[in-house]
Design a protein around this ligand. Structure first.
Ligand SMILES: CC(C)(COP(=O)(O)OP(=O)(O)OC[C@H]1O[C@@H](n2cnc3c(N)ncnc32)[C@H](O)[C@@H]1OP(=O)(O)O)[C@@H](O)C(=O)NCCC(=O)NCCS
Length: 142
């Protein structure tokens, strides 16, 4: 397996990972242009690929809002899960974070025990009983 950074033309492969891992819902509004904008703002997209065929099998997306780094869309397609590959992908991602020297935050569903274990083992600490809110449709703002 090889971990590499995003290249133009990767979006289709990325989306197939997101669909296979339940992270690709259209209402999130993520597309190639959003990824590329996040890169210009100091983010990074790490891709886990199968070196035998070049297939993208995992994604780890770091965005930067000018204050904190945010880890999004961290996942590996089911057929490659359970092999410890997520630890390698997270290690590479956190090396980037360490290099930047900026606090990193993530959201994970409370029932996602696999991901929670992984993040805790990597040093993430639970921030507290916060609820997460979003306005998806800005036309609803009054
Ligand atoms: C979360 C995810 C990336 C983990 O990848 P994986 O290939 O399943 O896990 P790995 O084999 O790499 O194991 C890494 C760690 O995850 C945790 N883990 C893995 N399987 C687990 C299980 N069944 N129960 C509890 N923890 C588990 C462990 O901490 C494990 O490390 P350890 O073996 O040293 O204890 C993967 O399951 C996934 O893509 N899930 C769908 C997308 C998702 O939910 N992403 C998180 C969004 S916030």
């Amino acid at each position: 397996m090889i971990i590499r950074k995003y290249r133009t033309g990767d979006f289709e492969g990325i989306m197939s990972v997101w669909v296979a891992t339940g992270m690709g819902s259209p209402e999130r509004g993520d597309d190639a242009s959003v990824i590329e904008l996040s890169l210009t703002m100091g983010g990074e997209m790490f891709l886990l690929t199968d070196e035998d065929n070049g297939r993208i099998i995992g994604t780890s997306w770091i965005t930067f809002d000018g204050r904190r780094l945010l880890l999004h869309h961290f996942g590996i397609i089911p057929e490659y899960q359970g092999l410890g590959l997520s630890k390698e992908l997270l290690k590479e991602t956190l090396s980037f974070v360490k290099e930047k020297g900026i606090q990193v935050k993530l959201e994970v569903h409370k029932d996602n025990k696999r991901a929670i274990n992984l993040y805790k083992k990597a040093g993430f600490q639970y921030l507290g009983d916060y609820h997460v809110y979003i306005i998806r449709d800005t036309n609803t703002i009054y």
